[in-house]
Design a protein around this ligand. Structure first.
Ligand code: PLP
Length: 369
């Protein structure tokens, strides 16, 4: 790994490849993989990572919004792309860029069919989402006949897939609920297949679904967090490799006396002679104030240095008393010696929020190939 000279998020493409292969090995060989690259590939480098996933054999990509899909097309990525939450004001540019919408209600399905008709499309691929218990987006089971009749009346669109989303696939205590979601999905699929004269692909599993319910892989699985190295479970975390390592450097070292304070609101006061290191990263980079005042620390030359005082917009101060370090030395926030899941937990959140929250100000560096 290269040594950091400024704040960087290092992204390891070899780790991405390892995770892709690991997750793929969990399901039947013929199951397709949809790689979820929304939110800049969970805070990474979406173009480089989507290209890598395409080389690795991903069958589909998924993004949340149309603008994210357009960025992939503009970078020359040709894989089919599902847009999880398209907004109707951009339907025309979605069609223009051959992106495939997820349609989740009568209103948006009819609206999209009208756009596809107007643009003289034939069999434009769409993905129909059903709600099986998450109660976020999706047609209800009672609406199956309505969906099939809309689909059967138009030649402008064709369902490429039928899907649903699990709301607690990582939680063993919710196993009964998850199995119920899977059964509801099966009932919906059977009924729909009966009413259509073709069979769209079926998919319901996210990363934890792949890990905990591989028998429910159907035709395709959708994985996001697992690709980036997190399995929502200690054992799985060990089999996956975190793609991102957040690094910075020491800007300045101070030696302070008992009674001296550090940072805004004097939130830290030294009780003994203390050596502090100031780092060029702060809450504007995605390390929230929640992590301040000793909740978590960083690693410097292999040693743990707790964050002291309040996190500033652009800087963090750490206690490096007893650590052999100097200005310019490399600092690791997460990745390497400190798992992002543990870092996130110290700030009352999850890996997903931590890694997608690293702001665009932090330079992304690719390593591996
Ligand atoms: C984000 C998302 C995923 C990916 O979930 P992971 O837990 O990151 O694997 C899958 N499906 C849908 C509908 C999503 O919104």
């Amino acid at each position: 790994m290269p040594i950091a000279h400024e704040t960087v998020l290092e992204l390891d493409l070899n780790a991405l490849a390892h995770n892709f292969k690991y997750l793929k090995s969990k399901v039947r060989e013929d199951v397709k993989v949809m790689a979820v690259v929304k939110a800049s590939a969970y805070g990474g480098d979406v173009v480089a990572m989507a290209k890598k996933l395409s080389d690795l054999g991903a069958d589909y990509l998924a993004v949340a919004y149309i603008s994210e899909g357009i960025a992939l097309r503009e970078a020359g990525i040709e894989l089919p792309v599902m847009v999880l939450h398209p907004q109707s004001t951009n339907y025309e540019s979605l069609v223009e860029h051959c992106l495939e919408p997820s349609l989740y209600s009568e209103f948006v399905l009819k609206e999209f069919v009208a756009t596809a008709d107007k643009l003289k499309q034939k069999d434009f691929p769409v993905h129909v989402k059903f709600n099986t218990g998450m109660n976020r987006l999706g047609f209800s089971e009672e609406e199956v006949t309505k969906v099939s009749s809309i689909l059967n009346k138009t030649t402008a669109v064709k369902a490429a897939s039928i899907f649903s989303h699990l709301s607690a696939s990582e939680d063993w205590k919710e196993r009964d609920f998850t199995l119920q979601q899977i059964h509801t999905f099966e009932r919906i699929a059977i009924k729909l297949f009966d009413q259509l004269d073709y069979q769209p692909l079926l998919h319901i599993c996210n990363t934890s679904g792949i890990i905990n319910y591989p028998e429910a892989a159907f035709d395709m699985v959708r994985t996001g967090i697992g690709l980036y190295g997190f399995g929502n479970d200690k054992t799985e975390d060990q089999k996956l490799k975190p793609v991102g390592t957040l690094k910075t450097i020491i800007s300045q070292i101070h030696h302070i006396k008992p009674g001296d304070s550090v940072g805004y609101n004097r939130a830290f006061t030294a009780e003994k002679p203390t050596k502090t290191a100031t780092l060029p990263i702060g809450y504007a980079d995605g390390i929230k104030r929640e992590y301040g005042n000793g909740k978590i620390g960083v690693y410097i030359n292999g040693q743990y240095a707790p964050i002291i005082g309040n996190i500033c917009m652009d800087m963090i101060m750490t206690d490096v008393t007893g650590i052999d370090c100097k200005e310019g030395d490399e600092v690791i926030l997460f990745g390497g010696p400190q798992h992002a899941t543990d870092f996130a937990a110290a700030g009352n959140t999850i890996s997903y929020e931590l890694i997608t929250g690293i702001s665009s100000r932090v330079k992304r560096i690719l390593i591996g190939s």
